[in-house]
Design a protein around this ligand. Structure first.
Ligand code: SF4
Length: 313
């Protein structure tokens, strides 16, 4: 699936800007910071200005759109792997511009993954409404984030009607029971990798299995992206550093490449099906112009909203 991305659950990654502020335990080993701040000095992490990317990057979606028109498919585009699309410290105009690009490339399915799901509705409205070809996802690394982030994602689902929702349980740092009524439409799991001086924390294989089984019970697709630096000895045995959890489950530090992507010797590669969209969405990209968002109603809600925001904010 990954064509221009090393990430198994997307074909492309698109970064309209680079830079972010850490807000969650999942950010401790931020890959983007290790690469773009510490290694290449492209942006400074924390409360510093974000770096908008150049014209070549902003043109990428139009190339992918033309290819998708030829191929007749709907490739997934992860936005953004080096930032957070719902970062409230970024210039709001950049998100307006990014959403405009998304609307003008309707064959692409944008995966908007955030660690800030509480800001999705407000910032989407401020950017002219969520593009109709966007899916919404949030990171869930432990039970606390499951309770908070999945609840916020569900609010955004009801308010904005994305193509689908998804949960990225990576790096999975603890056991997670998905609260009743908050099951996302797609579950992705993964273990942590080393980033600079940050050493990956081991994931209990039972935490992966539990999410696999919860997804199966709910009938939602499940994708296991990677085991990370550590892998269950039942998967890849051998010498080296081991870590044993309280219940006796043992993982071995093999490095990301050797640890692979199997769980109980099975690769889980399922993707959500994207419902057919209205034919009008597939006009040639050159004929598409982003329609100005027109607020309607006494509260100023955008037409795309399923419910009026009065009383919800
Ligand atoms: S939200 Fe993502 S990009 Fe931002 S600091 Fe956390 S891990 Fe890094």
């Amino acid at each position: 699936m990954a064509e221009n991305s090393g990430i198994s659950w997307t074909r492309h990654t698109w970064n309209p800007w680079i830079g972010c502020t850490k807000i969650s335990p999942a950010c401790d080993g931020c890959y983007a910071e290790a690469l773009m701040d510490k290694r290449f000095s492209r942006a400074q992490w924390g409360n510093h200005p974000r770096a908008r990317t150049g014209a070549h990057t902003w043109n990428d979606p139009f190339r992918w759109q033309r290819q998708a028109e030829k191929d007749g498919d709907r490739p997934f585009v992860f936005c953004a792997s080096l930032a957070d699309i719902f970062d409230n410290q970024v210039d709001p105009q950049w998100r307006v511009d990014a959403f405009d690009v998304m609307r003008r490339t309707p064959r692409l399915v944008y995966l908007l993954l955030t660690k800030r799901p509480q800001t999705i509705v407000k910032l989407s409205d401020a950017a002219g409404g969520l593009p109709s070809n966007a899916a919404l996802g949030t990171t869930v690394e432990d039970q606390k984030r499951a309770d908070i982030n999945l609840a916020a994602l569900e609010v955004a689902r009801i308010e904005l009607q994305p193509l689908f929702t998804f949960g990225s349980f990576e790096p999975l740092l603890g056991p997670v029971i998905i609260p009743p009524g908050l099951m996302p439409g797609w579950i992705i799991t993964g273990g942590e990798t080393d980033q600079g001086t940050h050493l990956a924390r081991p994931t209990h294989p039972g935490w992966f299995r539990s999410l696999r089984d919860q997804a199966a019970a709910a009938g939602v697709p499940y994708h296991h992206k990677q085991n990370g630096e550590w892998v269950s000895v039942s998967e890849v045995s051998g010498p080296g550093q081991h870590f044993t959890f309280g219940d006796g489950a043992t993982v071995r530090r093999t490095g990301k490449r050797l640890s692979g992507r199997t769980l109980d010797h099975v690769e889980h590669n399922t993707f959500p099906e994207v419902a057919a969209r209205r034919a009008s969405l597939f006009r040639s990209s050159s004929s598409l112009r982003a329609a100005p968002a027109t607020p309607s109603g006494r509260c100023g809600c955008l037409p795309a909203r399923s419910t009026c925001c009065v009383g919800t904010k």
